[in-house]
Design a protein around this ligand. Structure first.
Ligand code: AMP
Length: 438
């Protein structure tokens, strides 16, 4: 197998024909989050390994089996980030973001790395859009975070994702739950996988998200956290649901959501697509900042898997904005015309027009064919004749109609006027259809 021209297993290339879809998803998510007060944070792809051991948790699948960890040339243990929360929390603490007005709200688009069995919707390099909100303890913060995730999906045309919520309590009520879980799994000790045997002592909750089929089956019948919530956690959960009810956001209680990372407390949630894939997951992590040696401030957030989101959008026939196209293609014949077209293209590009000209040295016919392939909206043929008269034909490639234009600065105005006309026509269509409805 030729390794040089083959990407590593579990990775995906985004090709030029699809990149506008990614840009659309990312900019939609970032801009809606911005309306909620979240501002973008960018953190490194790699961090010190112990950051993830501390935050994600030593007994999780992610830390035990899936991290890309290596020693750098300085002998430090480094890990490619398996998720976005730890880095954001680390940066917030390092730069004292929590010393200013609270809450602090950050958003991000990041690549993540997990050595997982690659399959549909599961990759070794994947991308997340995520948000973190530090310093908000009230239940309405949970509801706000959930509503942001839902609104992003709705804006992208996905109204049929289901919101699943659960509460996994705090360390106080969890101690009681651990007892019950341990007793349950103790009775099935012989059936547990090797990893889970170790978890039984140290963190029995992690058995609940083990991917081995037998453990998974046992987990389905295990006691559930929701039955062990302390009064405070139960009241918090009721208040979160109260907000969701008030805003008429439907949800399902899913007592089996525990999330695969240790830092979660109280509210956890997942957004489930019609095909069953979890496109986003998140929740509260009130102990994380302190665990990392920082201030005792609560936090919460979610992450959306972008590969999965794109897959689900395509499966559901969601609308994407069209790929950007060439507005004007200059077809040139002869050295003088090439130079003149280059000069005109330079000016038009400075004005923000998407212009292309021949850079291959093709024949007139081949240039026209290429312009057609590009989907150029207009073409202008420039040869000796056009140079001499300063007049050329602007050809509308959709209608095939041509009109006379001058090869000077008025070309910019002509193109601009045409784009305004199209925009106006689009608006008339829109208002026309609104009028019909109203
Ligand atoms: P998690 O950090 O595990 O809670 O995951 C958050 C979201 O990231 C999930 O809901 C998925 O949409 C996505 N995700 C997690 N792991 C993968 C993976 N291996 N490949 C693709 N997407 C993933």
């Amino acid at each position: 197998m030729d390794m040089i021209t083959q990407a590593p297993r579990g990775t995906l290339d985004v090709l030029p024909e699809d990149s506008h879809k990614w840009q659309y998803i990312e900019s939609t998510a970032l801009s809606i989050a911005q309306d909620f007060g979240f501002r973008e944070i960018r953190t490194p792809v790699f961090e010190h390994t112990n950051l993830f051991q501390r935050s994600v948790g030593e007994t999780t699948d992610v830390v035990q089996k899936e991290m890309y960890t290596f020693e750098d040339k300085g002998g430090r243990s480094i890990t490619l980030r398996p998720e976005g929360t730890a880095g954001a929390a680390r940066a917030a603490l390092e730069h004292g973001l929590l010393n200013s007005a609270l809450p602090v709200k950050v958003s991000y688009v990041t690549s993540c790395y997990r050595y997982e069995k690659s399959q549909k919707g599961r990759y070794r390099e994947f991308h997340q859009f995520g948000v973190e909100c530090f310093g908000a303890a009230a239940p309405q913060a949970d509801a706000e975070t959930i509503s942001l995730a839902l609104l992003i999906l709705k804006s992208l045309g996905l109204e049929n994702v289901k919101l699943h919520i659960n509460s996994i309590g705090c360390p106080t009520c969890r101690a009681r739950y651990h007892e019950a879980l341990r007793a349950y799994f103790e009775a099935h000790k012989d059936e547990l996988c090797g990893t889970c045997l170790g978890r039984l002592e140290r963190n029995p909750m992690r058995i609940l998200d083990c991917k081995s089929p037998v453990c998974h089956e046992l987990a389905a019948k295990a006691p559930v956290m929701i039955d062990y919530l302390c009064d405070n956690c139960a009241a918090h959960f009721e208040a979160v649901k109260g907000c969701l009810d008030a805003a008429e956001m439907p949800y399902e209680l899913d007592t089996h959501i525990v999330r695969g990372l240790d830092y979660y407390t109280r509210t956890v949630f997942e957004l489930v697509a019609p095909n069953g894939l979890v496109v986003a997951g998140g929740g509260r992590y009130d102990g994380l900042l302190q665990e990392l040696g920082g201030v005792a401030q609560p936090g919460l957030g979610f992450a959306m898997g972008l590969e999965r989101l794109l897959m689900v959008m395509e499966e559901n026939g969601c609308h994407f904005p069209p790929a950007p196209k060439c507005e004007l293609y200059f077809v040139s014949m002869g050295t003088k015309a090439v130079q003149q077209c280059f000069a005109m293209a330079t000016k038009l590009r400075e004005g923000g027009v998407a212009v292309e000209c021949d850079i291959v040295g093709r024949s007139l016919k081949a240039q026209m064919k290429y312009a057609d392939k590009l989907g150029a909206r207009y073409t202008v043929v420039v040869g000796d004749n056009e140079l001499e008269t300063g007049v050329a034909q602007l050809k509308d490639m959709t209608t095939g109609e041509s009109e006379e234009i001058r090869l000077d600065d008025s070309l910019y105005t002509t193109l601009y006027r045409k784009s305004l006309d199209r925009e106006l026509a689009g608006m008339t269509n829109l208002f026309g259809s609104v009028a019909e409805i109203g």
